[in-house]
Design a protein around this ligand. Structure first.
Ligand SMILES: *[C@@H]1O[C@H](CO)[C@@H](O)[C@H](O)[C@H]1NC(C)=O
Ligand SMILES: *[C@@H]1O[C@H](CO)[C@@H](O)[C@H](O)[C@H]1NC(C)=O
Ligand SMILES: *[C@@H]1O[C@H](CO)[C@@H](O)[C@H](O)[C@H]1NC(C)=O
Ligand SMILES: *[C@@H]1O[C@H](CO)[C@@H](O)[C@H](O)[C@H]1NC(C)=O
Length: 723
């Protein structure tokens, strides 16, 4: 296998050397220079902002145009001069980059110019006043890698040739493009696609999720209809993305999408999910609980319902915007445990109950709104009853700003409890605007607040945040006695309260620390440990049968396993051939890992060849049942003589088999889980396993299982495909 990989690498190197060897010599350079002059003449060249060299007539050297503003030719000096150190180019001497962003280009792009610029790889003409359509010759440029034409007035549809195998970045935001998105099946290098703020229609193409390197897809504010495509167990959709793109941002805000959020979105390593302002329905709790990398969850203004999950797999949530839906239930404490939260917007949902204490002390939270929902019970009638969440030195101010701007009056109608704007109302009716405000170290930032009576606003000279400071005054002895008693009582309450808060905080910190530890490495000595080993059924037979298909299949298999490790806090201890030995902190993580991997295996883009082998072909539930019944009949007749029937009753089996059509497809991977404690003696077993692996890989997998089980209170479960 190693020799094979080396050969592939050599082939690739040879291909790229071959590509660079192409030349753009005298006639090619003349054509390119004339094409640039056509571009200059038809896009208002004389009024461009940067146009050095472009108006020159005649030519002293063939590559004279290579030094014109925004033009880069393929030569090492030229490329070094642009600072784009990584720009590798396909034809020596040819024009590879045309970078004229925000440069006053005007009118439509002439197709003729781009017919002569066939070596173009990087084109950035964004922020100009270009109209007309995207020139077909530009979209079809054979080596095009980057095309940025955002913030122009381009109209028309996207030519399908744009989604070629070389393109990696397309940015056409803020134009007037129409039509639907062409097939992206060939766009195997595409990493970034942004078409927001156009008027494109049609549905989201299924093959989007097959682009293996795609990490951002932005079609905010278009007119897309239909549903969000679900994973398809019989095609390679989704899986390509699971494997290679790393984290993914999916932005489809402001379209007309319907249907529910498919659970298979959780395969995508989503970091940003913005589906706000659509017509989506259904529940999201299971999906939301299962997105380990999630940072922004934005689904405002849809018709989503159900409850919020009690647990989140992510620990990095920053933005949580679900306003304008029909979510119900209570606000889970686990949400407040996301210590990076900056914005939480819950308005207009029938979410009820208190705000959990886990929300206390969120350092980065700047927006917390829950208007016109039932959660407001704590602070809804703020005019009569200052919110329970307010610290003692602050009071809502509802009277003093009626004469302020219209904007404020509008917000007053919302109940005065609009917590987003960091402004304080001073006692003299003046607003103190603050960039950063630390009104309360524990709670959120409040707008329309004033200092409670007995406190005054203290503005510090150095522009640091103002504070509400207790007004000092002379007091009677009675008042002093009262204050002393009150003080003792308050002290007791404070101590108890602080202990309670510390306890709650400690619990949430512990949970967070545990997740961190789980991410960082496998459990150490003395800690509970779950070991999982995998191995591919009949791999030797398959290798002998078709090494090429098997090589590709094993690589796919390895990628699936490693990708799933990340999501389940698994740590690879050893790999040998197709077998993995993996350590988990908790059995539940190992089981989750099995489920993810087995589902991914079913959906993987296996080589067609592989699927023709009887032990790697697609098998359906019914075919499997027939096998089981036959095996049972066989074993009953065999057992008649020996009396050791142990196969399950096929009728019972039938009940267990779920409804999925396909239960096997591609490589079949056995998995076994053993759980116990990693103490000193087990550590010895580990070392032994490692050593044995290096010499006798075949034996080791079985031995490792046996060795670990021995002497531990182990549970042992064999997990087969479709477990
Ligand atoms: C070139 O690539 C390296 C690593 O891939 C990257 O760190 C660097 O920023 C790149 N330079 C430019 C100018 O893009
Ligand atoms: C899954 O994909 C295959 C091939 O792309 C297609 O024929 C089939 O209809 C799809 N199934 C579903 C449920 O969309
Ligand atoms: C969303 O759905 C509602 C009712 O289901 C419908 O009245 C409305 O027109 C839809 N909006 C869009 C933008 O499709
Ligand atoms: C909101 O969800 C509840 C179920 O939780 C449902 O009974 C009700 O009809 C929904 N309301 C709207 C406006 O969809």
């Amino acid at each position: 296998m190693k020799a094979h990989i080396l050969w592939c690498a050599a082939l690739q190197a040879w291909i790229s050397v071959g590509a660079v060897a192409q030349l753009c010599l005298q006639s090619c350079q003349l054509l390119e220079r004339e094409s640039l002059q056509v571009l200059y003449a038809s896009t208002g060249g004389p009024s461009w902002i940067a146009r050095q060299g472009w108006s020159a007539t005649g030519s002293s050297t063939n590559d004279q145009h290579c030094s014109w503003s925004g033009v880069t030719c393929c030569s090492s000096e030229q490329i070094a001069a642009t600072g784009q150190g990584n720009l590798s180019c396909s034809a020596s001497g040819g024009v590879v980059a045309l970078l004229l962003p925000r440069n006053g280009l005007l009118g439509s792009l002439p197709d003729a110019a781009f017919q002569g610029l066939s070596n173009l790889q990087y084109v950035d003409l964004s922020g100009n006043s270009l109209d007309g359509t995207l020139p077909p010759a530009l979209a079809a440029a054979p080596n095009l890698i980057l095309l940025h034409l955002g913030a122009n007035n381009l109209a028309g549809t996207l030519p399908p040739s744009l989604f070629s195998s070389s393109i990696t970045s397309i940015q056409l935001d803020n134009n007037q493009l129409t039509g639907s998105l062409p097939s992206m099946a060939d766009a195997t290098a595409l990493a970034y696609l942004s078409l927001s703020h156009n008027i494109m229609s049609g549905t989201i193409p299924r093959d989007l999720f097959g682009c293996p390197l795609l990490s951002e897809f932005n079609m905010d504010y278009n007119q897309l209809t239909g549903t969000i495509p679900t994973g398809n167990q019989t095609s390679s959709d989704w899986l390509g993305n699971i494997i290679e793109s790393g984290t993914f941002a999916l932005r489809l805000r402001g379209n007309q999408l319907t249907g529910s959020l498919p659970l298979s979105l959780s395969y995508l390593a989503l970091e940003v999910l913005d589906l706000g302002v659509n017509n989506l329905t259904g529940e999201v709790d299971v999906l939301l609980a299962n997105m380990p990398y999630l940072m922004s969850f934005i689904v405002d203004d849809n018709q989503l319902q159900g409850t919020l999950p009690e647990e989140f797999l992510t620990v990095t949530l920053r933005i949580f915007q679900i306003q304008g839906n029909n979510f119900s239930g209570t606000l889970p404490a686990s949400l407040g445990s996301q210590r990076s939260l900056t914005a939480v917007q819950l308005d207009e949902n029938p979410i009820s109950g208190p705000i959990p204490e886990s929300f206390i002390g969120l350092e980065h939270l700047t927006i917390f709104t829950a208007l016109r929902g039932t959660l407001q019970s704590d602070y809804q009638d703020t005019a009569q009853q200052p919110g329970a969440l307010l610290p003692s030195f602050l009071a809502f101010d509802l009277e003093d700003y009626s004469d302020l701007s219209h904007d404020f009056a509008a917000k007053k109608e919302l109940g005065g409890a609009y917590l987003t704007c960091p402004a304080l109302v001073q006692n003299n009716n003046q607003l103190a605007y603050l960039d950063t405000v630390l009104i309360d170290p524990y709670y959120y930032r409040y707008a329309y607040c004033k200092c409670s009576s007995g406190y005054h606003l203290f503005l510090q000279a150095d522009n640091s945040p103002p504070q509400c400071v207790l007004i000092q005054g002379r007091l009677s002895t009675g008042a002093i006695a009262g204050i002393c008693l009150g003080g003792i009582f308050a002290l007791a309450v404070t101590i108890l309260g602080t202990l309670y808060l510390l306890g709650a905080f400690w619990v949430s910190l512990k949970a967070l620390a545990r997740r961190r530890a789980k991410m960082q490495g496998p459990p150490g000595n003395g800690q509970p440990l779950t070991l999982l080993s995998t191995d591919v059924e009949r791999s030797t037979e398959l290798w002998e049968w078709n090494p090429t298909a098997m090589d590709a299949a094993i690589r796919l298999h390895d990628q699936i396993i490693r990708k799933a490790l990340l999501a389940c806090y698994g740590h690879e201890l050893t790999t040998e051939g197709d077998a993995f030995l993996i350590a988990f902190w908790e059995p539940a993580d190992a089981v989750k890992f099995c489920i993810i991997v087995q589902q991914a295996l079913l959906a993987a883009a296996w080589p067609e060849q592989l699927l023709t082998h009887v032990h790697a072909a697609s098998r359906t539930t019914s075919a499997l049942l027939q096998d089981a019944m036959q095996a049972s009949r066989q074993s009953k007749s065999d057992a008649a003589g020996r009396g050791d029937v142990c196969l399950e009753d096929p009728a019972a089996l039938q009940k267990q088999v779920h409804k999925a059509d396909t239960v096997f497809r591609g490589l079949r991977v056995r998995m076994s889980i053993a759980s116990g404690t990693a103490d000193q003696s087990k550590k010895a077993v580990f070392c032994w396993i490692q050593a044995v692996f290096e010499t006798f890989p075949e034996v080791a997998v079985t031995q490792a299982r046996a060795g670990f089980n021995k002497g531990s209170r182990a549970t042992h479960t064999a997990l087969q495909n479709n477990f």
